[in-house]
Every structure is written in C-alpha cells, then in structure tokens.
Design a protein around this ligand. Structure first.
Ligand SMILES: [Zn+2]
Length: 383
C-alpha cells in the first residue's frame, strides 16, 4: 500500500489525466450525438419548444425588486447553495422575488437547485436567465411541493425556503474519501441528489475499472504513443465511469458530470462540444464546491484572504481549450490521421478539412475498458 503523500500524488496525476479524459470522452460522445440519439431526442421533443434565454426574454435586464441587505435583516438561509447571496436572502426575507426577466447568479443558483431536485431545464440548461422555461419549471416545482404562498411562477419566500431545506448543510459520509465502493459512492450522491440516482434507472450505466485510450501525439516529425486514462464517458444515454484509483467522492463527481451530458439541454446539441463541456464543468464545479466535494483544482480559484474556493470561468475555458486539437491557432477538433503527416479536422461549423499535422496534435485511438466491468442493474439505482 502506498504511503499517504505518494497516494495523494498519484491521485492528483490520475485526476489531471482524468480531467482531460472527461473532455475527450465527451468529445467522442458528442460526435455520436449528432449521428442520431433518437431516444434522448424523442424525450426532449416532448418538452415545450418555447425559447427560454433566446427570443422570449424581456428587454429589461432584471426585475429583482425590494431592498437589499440593510442592517437588521436576519440571514437565515442555511443551504451552502444559497446562504449569503444578498438577493436570495432578501427573497427569504420576503422583500423580493425572482421572476421572468431576472438574470444573474441568483437565477442560476435557483435553476441549478431545481435541476438537482429532478426538474430539468431541457431546452437551455441552467443559463442564469429567467425565461419562459424557467417560469414553467418554477411552476412545476411549486405545484409538486404544494407551494401556494408565492406568486405563480416566481421565486418567492415559499419557493426559496423549500429549496433551502432540500439541500442542507450536511457533511459528506465518513467513507467519502475511501477507495470506491458502489454503495459508499451512492451514499455521497443520495444526500443531495436522490433524483439523479433515481433517473439513472432510465439510463445505461456501466462501472468499470478504468478507461484508457491508445491516443497518439504528433511530436513535430512523427506520431508517438500518448495513452490516456479517463474518468468517464457518455454517448447518448450510455454512461461509463471509471473507478480504479478513485475515491467515492471522485467517482460521485464523475457520475454527476456524465449525468449532465446524458441529460444535456437541447440547445447544446447543435453547438460545438466545447460549449457543452464548459457547461458541464461549470455545473460540476459549482455543485462540488457547494456540496463540500473537493473540486478539480484547475477549475477553481481560492481567495487568498478568505480561503474561499470559487468556480473559475477562465480555468474552465483554458482546460477546455487545452484539449488536443482545440486551440485558437488551429481551430476544430482533430479526428484522425491522414497519411503520415496530415490530420483530418472537424471544424466548429461542421465541415471536415485536412491539414498538415502540427506538434501537439493528438489523434484518438481505440478505447479500452480495464476490468472489472459492471453493468449496473437499474434496480440498484435507489437511495
Ligand atoms: Zn464531459
């Protein structure tokens, strides 16, 4: 058994490779998406087709009404998702609401919580913009939770208090940092994300020892092996997560990440995969920080004064941009070799070109699953 510091170092290394692999895994999934993910599409088509952020948004940028955080206001929101947010605290005090036309972080926090409560934003995702879909989702949440005190479709005191109670400030299970075990991993998610666990019954989830891709990298003159380990992959509604070398909370984080791809909002289906990856990394990171799960350090910043860890938009962007084949100088995604010194590239506009390989280009190789390989029976996805 490895000593503590060695183990930490090993996990960090695997984690960084895994981060890249999360990108790569999705990248592959994205290409398959476009070919025809009929089951998921059918599901999404059942949703209303009204634009949320685009088109339907009112012209006024926000209508958060009421007073902010004057002295004497008691701040009692308890959930780490909401506590200390001035707008949400004032909603909690009954002095303002969020409604159609509202924008910004408070909207995103509420959208994300409603999403985690099992009511998904299937058109545009949790986009910080309170449009028509958000109004419908708030209405859905209010009726399924018997909230009658708020204006219909607006986030008022009743709605924020109900959400606050659903995502309590609760410590992770004591086994969260232990090497992966199925029920211990599930325990991490069941505290806040029982609806996710439940929804996995409708998806296909395989839990494997490892995911490894036999990629190759161009070193300027030729192709050299560049094998990559991964933490997860999603193709349509098929999720694979890797467990070897990972702790329960790390696997839980991978599963949370891959689940977001499997339930990707429709608007992201026609966007470059980098947009979808950015969306999912941001959701994962906000969630991990609030949940008390160690986030990926490359996706966060730490305030030097308060020590507070925050989602780092620039970090997410540079991580996504660091994906092989994706950079401003060589746009598009390298999808294969042509001859000995050229590559085939899929451009963001959907066309495929051939260009000379440049140092750092990486081409995907066959993916290998390392044992054990377990197809999780849907009946196991209960909290
Ligand atoms: Zn991903």
């Amino acid at each position: 058994m490895l000593a503590g510091p060695q183990l930490t170092a090993l996990q960090r290394t695997i984690g960084n490779q895994a981060l890249i692999r999360l990108l790569k895994g999705h990248d592959r999934a994205e290409r398959r998406f476009n070919v025809g993910d009929s089951a998921q599409h059918a599901l999404l088509e059942q949703e209303e087709s009204t634009p949320d952020s685009e088109g339907a948004r009112r012209s006024d940028p926000g209508n958060v009404s009421g007073i902010g955080d004057e002295l004497g206001v008691q701040r009692t929101l308890a959930s780490p998702r909401f506590a200390g947010d001035p707008t949400l605290e004032s909603i909690h005090e009954g002095t303002s609401t969020l409604s159609e036309g509202s924008e910004g972080a408070p909207v995103r926090k509420v959208q994300h919580a409603i999403h985690d409560a099992g009511i998904l934003f299937s058109s545009f995702g949790t986009d910080s913009s309170f449009g028509r879909q958000t109004r419908q989702r708030v209405l859905q949440f209010q009726s399924s939770h018997g909230i009658t005190t708020d204006p219909r479709g607006e986030v008022g005191q009743g709605t924020i208090n109900e959400l606050d109670g659903m995502f309590p400030n609760v410590a992770l299970p004591t086994t969260a940092g232990d090497p992966y075990g199925f029920s211990e991993m599930k325990d991490v998610l069941c505290q806040w994300n029982a609806p996710l666990i439940n929804d996995l019954q409708s998806l296909t989830v395989k839990i494997v020892g490892g995911l490894q891709w036999a990629d190759e990298e161009f070193d300027g003159t030729g192709w050299v092996p560049n094998p990559m380990l991964g933490a997860g992959e999603t193709a349509g509604t098929n999720i694979i997560v890797a467990t070897n070398g990972f702790t329960n909370e790390e696997v839980a984080r991978s599963l949370y990440h891959e689940y977001q791809h499997a339930r990707s909002p429709r608007a992201y289906r026609s966007q470059p995969w980098a947009e979808e990856e950015t969306r999912v990394f941001e959701m994962e990171t906000y969630w991990a920080i609030e949940r008390g799960i160690t986030p990926d350090p490359t996706l966060t910043t730490t305030d030097p004064d308060t020590g507070e860890v925050e989602m780092d938009t620039a970090g997410v962007e540079s991580t996504v941009q660091s994906y092989p084949g994706v950079d401003a100088a060589n746009p598009g995604e390298v999808i294969g070799k042509v001859g000995t010194n050229q590559v085939q590239v899929a451009l963001p506009n959907g066309s495929i070109i051939t260009r000379n390989a440049v140092a750092g280009d990486s081409v995907p190789g066959p993916r290998q699953i390392l044992p054990p390989e377990v197809a999780v029976p849907s009946s196991d996805w209960v909290c």
